[in-house]
Write a protein that binds this ligand. Structure first.
Ligand SMILES: NC(=O)c1ccc[n+]([C@@H]2O[C@H](COP(=O)([O-])OP(=O)(O)OC[C@H]3O[C@@H](n4cnc5c(N)ncnc54)[C@H](OP(=O)(O)O)[C@@H]3O)[C@@H](O)[C@H]2O)c1
Length: 326
């Protein structure tokens, strides 16, 4: 089958379209003809040699797929050849065929294109798990979502707004901030031209926010803690700016704060099935009825994975970058 492989660790030039053996489904897996997959920031890290797939998962990049079922393992129930499915995978998305545990494969809603389905799993699962399952954001609370124009940001803004929270974002351009507002953000802060701590204090009348969803890490840690209200929660989901920082633990104690970190990829199949189910119960109906939407920035053919990576690395996307195979 055709797949994008890495010829080494490095920049987009290490990505190459090649012929590789197709995967074989285990008893509980589906073999899927992939019609669309999507980029995630983690793919850039894996391309450079970090963020390895969990044991047993494909070394090929790609954390989510949408396609049609080509074959089913002998213990699979309720899914048949030809069904249109989408879901999260541990790896292997940038390929003509991929395997997925049948309990993590969701039926693609009627009327959806494969590109729309491929834009959903990683970012909506990540946003839901962090903001609600771990962060316990409640209606009427305030949340600051950094990198509001990221894939995860665009999902997080929508679900937080829909849940009745007051959503603030940071982003690097006024164009991205404008688009974040169309998704439900009350206000956006251009972190390149303004101090987000001073802006949040101003926007919240000095109160601060209940939850911060952060991908930047070390350079923002102290500032994030400073804008949290008493009993606030910081969700650490990415480390774009660095991993090591010093904080005043007194702040943590005085304000009774929680810092919660998580990574989805290495979690067990059972945990990922539960993550999938929470998304299906909570948000899939709202996506089906159009209240929420997958935010697609651009679509590249699989053969142009290099260009797609260069585009993401330049921070040009608002929402998801799709790779289309068929
Ligand atoms: N823990 C998990 O399970 C998990 C799962 C999925 C994703 N993630 C993490 O979530 C983050 C978003 O992923 P994604 O795929 O949605 O990303 P994405 O679409 O590539 O968006 C990332 C955005 O971050 C902003 N950015 C880049 N460098 C920055 C910096 N130094 N300071 C401030 N902002 C910066 C850029 O927007 P601007 O133009 O606004 O600067 C960029 O477009 C990544 O860190 C990823 O690793 C974690």
């Amino acid at each position: 089958m055709e797949a994008i492989i890495r010829t080494g660790d490095g920049g987009p030039e290490v990505l190459q379209l090649s012929e590789v053996p197709a995967p074989k489904p285990t008893a509980t897996q589906l073999l899927v003809d992939v019609h669309a997959t999507a980029l995630n920031r983690a793919d850039l890290i894996q391309r450079r040699g970090g963020y390895p797939p969990p044991p047993g998962d494909a070394d090929i990049l790609g954390l989510e797929i949408a396609g049609t079922v080509a074959a089913v393992g002998r213990a699979v129930e309720g899914v048949s050849e030809g069904d249109r499915v989408f879901g999260l995978v541990g790896g292997g998305g940038y390929a003509a065929q991929a395997v997925i545990d049948y309990r993590m494969a969701m039926p693609i809603p009627d009327g959806w294109r494969f590109e729309e389905a491929a834009a959903v799993p990683e970012v909506f699962f990540t946003a839901n798990e962090n903001i609600f399952t771990l962060g316990e954001l409640a209606a009427g609370e305030a949340i600051l979502i950094h990198a509001g124009g990221s894939g995860v940001g665009t999902a997080g803004i929508q679900i937080s707004h829909h849940a009745g929270a007051n959503v603030f974002v940071t982003a690097g351009t006024s164009g991205k901030i404008h688009k974040c507002k169309t998704l439900g953000a009350i206000e956006g802060i251009n972190y390149k031209t303004a101090d987000f701590v001073a802006e949040i204090e101003h926007l919240t009348g000095g109160e601060g926010v209940d939850v911060v969803l952060d991908f930047i890490g070390a350079p923002y840690l102290e500032q994030n803690l400073s804008i949290l209200k008493t009993k606030g929660r910081l969700l650490q989901v990415g480390l774009i700016g660095g991993a090591t920082a010093e904080i005043d633990l007194g702040t943590l104690m005085r304000k009774r704060l929680k810092i919660i970190g998580s990574v989805m990829r290495p979690q067990s199949i059972d945990e990922k099935i539960a993550i999938t189910q929470r998304f299906v119960d909570q948000w899939l109906p709202e996506l089906k009825n159009g209240t929420l939407k997958p935010v697609i920035d651009s679509v590249f053919p699989l053969a142009e994975a290099r260009q797609a990576h260069t585009y993401m690395e330049a921070n040009r996307n608002f929402g998801k970058i799709i790779l289309k195979l068929k």
